[in-house]
Design a protein around this ligand. Structure first.
Ligand code: F6P
Length: 344
């Protein structure tokens, strides 16, 4: 069989490890992997990249994706579905492994249900917000990047008696904020799933000062809201832009929180936005292993004919989940958020 592999949506550490896992397993079983460049665009427009031992060598530790990525959605183009159908009829590929986030899984489900595309999904995103899996690859790396930054910010915050607000990514899920906040020993964590009034945050910071700790680190998820004790709250975004999928482009809440905290406490407050640094560079060992397991499992699912599924992590096991069950956003486990509050 000739099996297409594509990476779609935002990049994420571990994409190349998945490509290598799928491709090497297929080669080993006597099949032919082929790269589809820039997501589903590569399938629709027959933009292919040969994948052999040579092109898949030395990529395990590399960030980004050797296949390039895009947010191309066949259903957003009048001729998109026809182009995908034509590619299948021409026999460009016999099956597809689609590595992507929530939106890519949605497209993948529609292509499977609507056009009968033989496809298996692999859950990717630093946000860890895909329903149906305990973990997405890339998340561990993003958390580690954030923790490294928080560790570094501690010493400078302490030296200057400053409050440091660290804005992390995660879209509308607070996973990166909660895990990096716990691991980095943050003094406050703001997430989209639960509003915390600025006044409460300011009180925590004042109490630390009274105990002789003249600095604080506050981790803010980009999707968190600016909330007040009177029950009012608002979303804050630096720009009204949307991305190619039409999703809101987030970012800016960190600066708003910093401004309010400085006003409430009188302590100098600075903001650091980690942004795309969390997505770049080499994946952690955990993500390399998870991505490799996902890749090999996706190849096995294709060879078993288990189309219309997504490989997923459940506990310690890799399982297959029907794409029809992969819907919505997996919000943060609030027990984890509660655990974090033990230390504020
Ligand atoms: O979904 C991954 C992610 O990095 C989010 O955390 C962030 O909101 C978004 O992508 C940024 O996307 P873009 O690179 O398109 O601005």
């Amino acid at each position: 069989m000739r099996i297409g592999i594509l990476t779609a949506g935002g990049d994420c550490p571990g994409l190349n490890a998945v490509i290598r896992g799928v491709g090497r397993k297929l080669l080993r079983e006597g099949h032919e992997p082929v790269g589809l460049r820039r997501g589903y665009r590569g399938l629709a427009e027959a933009d292919h990249l040969a994948l052999d031992h040579r092109s898949m060598s030395g990529i395990l530790h590399l960030g980004g994706t050797i296949l390039s990525t895009s947010s191309y959605d066949p259903y957003r183009h009048d001729d998109g579905p026809d182009k995908v159908r034509a590619a299948m009829e021409r026999g460009d590929v016999d099956a597809v492994v689609a590595i992507g986030g929530e939106h890519t899984m949605d497209i993948t489900r529609r292509l499977h249900e609507g056009l009968g595309l033989p496809v298996v999904g692999v859950p990717k995103t630093i946000d860890n917000d895909i329903v149906g899996t305990d973990r997405t690859f890339g998340f561990d790396t993003a958390v580690q990047v954030a923790v490294d930054a928080i560790d570094r910010l501690h010493s400078t915050a302490q030296s200057h008696d400053r409050v440091m607000v660290v804005e992390v990514m995660g879209r509308n899920a607070g996973w990166i904020a909660v895990e990096s906040g716990i691991a980095g020993g943050a003094d406050g964590i703001l997430i989209p799933e639960r509003d915390v009034p600025v006044e409460d945050l300011a009180a925590t910071i004042r109490q630390r000062h009274e105990r002789g700790k003249d600095f604080s680190i506050i981790v803010v998820s980009e999707g968190a809201r600016l909330a007040f004790a009177d029950g009012s709250s608002q979303k804050v975004r630096a720009s009204d832009d949307t991305d190619e999928y039409g999703y809101e482009r987030l970012g800016g809440i960190g600066a708003a929180i910093a401004q309010e905290l400085e006003r409430e406490t009188g302590y100098e407050t600075r903001v650091v936005v980690l942004g795309h640094v969390q997505r770049g560079g080499t994946p952690t060992a955990f993500d390399r292993v998870l991505a490799t397991r996902y890749g090999v499992a996706a190849a096995e699912a294709v060879l078993d004919g288990a189309f219309g599924t997504m490989v997923a992590l459940k506990g310690q096991e890799i399982v297959r989940v029907p794409l029809s069950e992969v819907e919505g956003v997996k919000g943060v486990d609030l027990r984890l958020a509660e655990l974090a509050r033990t230390f504020f």
